[in-house]
Design a protein around this ligand. Sequence first.
Ligand SMILES: [Zn+2]
Length: 315
Amino acid sequence: MELVFSKNYDIKLGPFSKIHPFDSQKYGRAMQKLRKMLSDKIIDEHLHIPHSAVDSEILAQIHDINYLESLKSSRNIATALEVPIAKYVPKFLLDKIILKSMRYACAGSILAAELAFISPKATAVNMSGGYHHAKPNKAEGFCIYSDIALAVDYLRNSNYLGKEDTIAYIDLDAHLGNGVAHFFIEDKAFKIFDMFNSDIYPKEDYKARERVDFPVDLKSGCKGEPYLGHLKELLPSFLNDIDNAKFAIYNAGNDIYENDPLGRMSVSRAAILERDLFVIRELNKRKIPIMILLSGGYTTTSFEMIADTIYEFLK
Ligand SMILES: [Zn+2]
């Protein structure tokens, strides 16, 4: 398993760190924890660093140009981030502290996607990303840019994937990956498996819900046992039904965790590890190159659960 990480991923909000429930430094914390659990040597052997953030030209390949222009005003950035108070912060600062970190994460997803094809285990984790609510012309749910659409665009333009090659997108974050559904609304090669809490945002995005090829609606409070039961029964059917996937994206949000304030589900830490191992092994078994993205997870335990999973593959 290859790891993609940059020190620029962490969003350092200083005194404003309480304005959003996000542990905006879970990426660096997960890396530090892994260095302690394993060793610097093991980590450094598998570590890949995106050396620059994606630029406006790359973003314009997938996002609406007027939307990208709108991100040049503090008011619009504040709306996009769903943090109203941010409109009083100068735009250069919002860009430098928050948006630039996200553009680094996008570069990381592109790098991880490529590593999935060229590394020996065909498995790469971007230690950030998974901005699955971002739409072509709109930010939502703290997701500004679609690292997922960018990675797919890169793979297709670099001939790792043909336009018709099947991509399996597996979204196990507690929230429906509505932005991804909108990006690939007419793209038949992009197959979506999404297990999500249907009681929470974005429950009114019916268009996205309808686009999902294999939706698994769950309810608030869903516990680990039924969760894993559904996953183990349905994911193999999804993978068997779709035409030989040439690439898989696993959006591994751990906001299904029992104490997560946004996901509102009730899955234990042990069950989340079991979930991750099951998904990755199902894909490895089928020899499908896989990119893993961290996505949501809003507790102080989130970074530890990320480390739990990666540890199993590098120990
Ligand atoms: Zn989520």
